[in-house]
Design a protein. Structure first.
Length: 339
């Protein structure tokens, strides 16, 4: 997440400089890109969702993954960047009885990031995470104490995908296999895109190809600017649909707006239709006068209600974590999810 935001700011500055060399009017347009009028119809607390408020007041917890246990309690696996973002402690575990108030439990994996968790048929838990330029995994009988598994689950192939693999989300398919959704970052100026890979055993994955690519959804992407679709969260809801929630560049208005949360749907988990009519969670200005983007979503369906947890961040220039950074939650009836 830090790398995404940093690259976005760097490329924005490059584009601004290049525009200033040739066209003063373009420079004026860039100055207006984050005018408050760009956000007047967007609600940073959720678009047509019930806003449940701030769950965790910590802007240095990134990429939360939430599961509901058999006893009804909740567990969160989240990337901990310490008190000021200067160090990566690893993936830590928090617990909650209601999904609102959370208690620190301990460390799952040190010096690891981008967690993705799945409960296996034998009631053990497998935690997928980023390890260098690859995705690795660890196994646990109780979901609390993990042992790293040998090898890697998926290695980066920059020649194929343009950048390193990150943000694994693994789901079990109706055939009994496992599908991993992941994104690739913006190295070499490539767009951040979402891909999938398939495995019979959850350990050895074979690439399937692109799932989400925003390249064709706008024709005005500036030179030296990348768009992104990142941190996929995929689940099959009780109506039979596969749904993917992800952080997305805006497709309407200024391309320089902070990221929003968007949804795509699929009948088979392979071919996706992006909902472009409106966002799920929109970027916007908060009471401190700063603009926050929405990232790092985790979603669960509970009793025909979909609950979503997500993070708010500032730009790298403003230090990522602002007064309103943290993990928020919203909810919505499944029957209303496509509206």
């Amino acid at each position: 997440m830090k790398k995404i935001l940093a690259l976005l700011m760097i490329l924005l500055m490059i584009t601004t400089v290049l525009s200033g060399c040739t066209d003063t009017e373009d420079d004026d347009d860039l100055d207006d890109d984050l005018d408050e009028n760009d956000f007047e119809d967007e609600d940073p607390g959720g678009s047509n969702w019930t806003d449940e408020g701030l769950s965790i007041d910590n802007g240095w917890y990134w990429n939360p993954e939430i599961v509901q246990l058999d006893d009804g309690n909740y567990r969160m696996y989240v990337e901990d960047h310490g008190t000021d973002g200067s160090s990566l402690i690893g993936i830590v575990i928090l617990s909650s009885t209601d999904g609102f108030d959370w208690t620190y439990v301990g460390i799952a994996i040190t010096a690891a990031s981008h967690p993705g968790i799945i409960k296996l048929s034998n009631d053990s838990w497998r935690l997928y995470y980023q390890c260098g330029e690859s995705i690795c995994s660890a196994i646990s009988s109780d979901g609390l104490t993990f042992e790293k598994e040998g090898g890697t689950r998926l290695d980066s192939d920059i020649d194929l995908e343009g950048a390193n693999v990150r943000h694994p989300c693994v789901v079990q398919t109706s055939e009994g296999g496992y599908r991993m959704y992941y994104d690739t970052d913006a190295e070499s100026g490539s767009f951040i895109r979402i891909w999938s890979a398939y495995s019979d055993d959850g350990l050895s994955f074979t690439r399937e190809g692109l799932s989400i690519d925003l390249t064709s959804y706008r024709t005005d992407w500036p030179t030296n600017f990348y768009a992104h679709s990142s941190k996929p969260e995929v689940l099959q809801t009780s109506d039979g649909k596969w749904r993917m929630f992800f952080a997305s560049s805006t497709l309407i208005g200024s391309v320089y707006k902070p990221a929003v949360i968007r949804m795509a749907t699929s009948d088979d988990g392979l071919n996706w239709n992006i909902k472009t009519t409106n966002y799920e969670i929109a970027a916007g200005e908060r009471a401190d006068g700063k603009y926050y983007g929405a990232y790092d979503v985790s979603v669960k369906e509970i009793n025909n209600t979909v609950r979503m947890w997500y993070c708010l961040f500032l730009s790298p220039e403003e230090g990522f974590a602002g007064d309103y950074s943290g993990i928020y939650s919203v909810s919505k009836s499944l029957d209303e999810l496509d509206n």
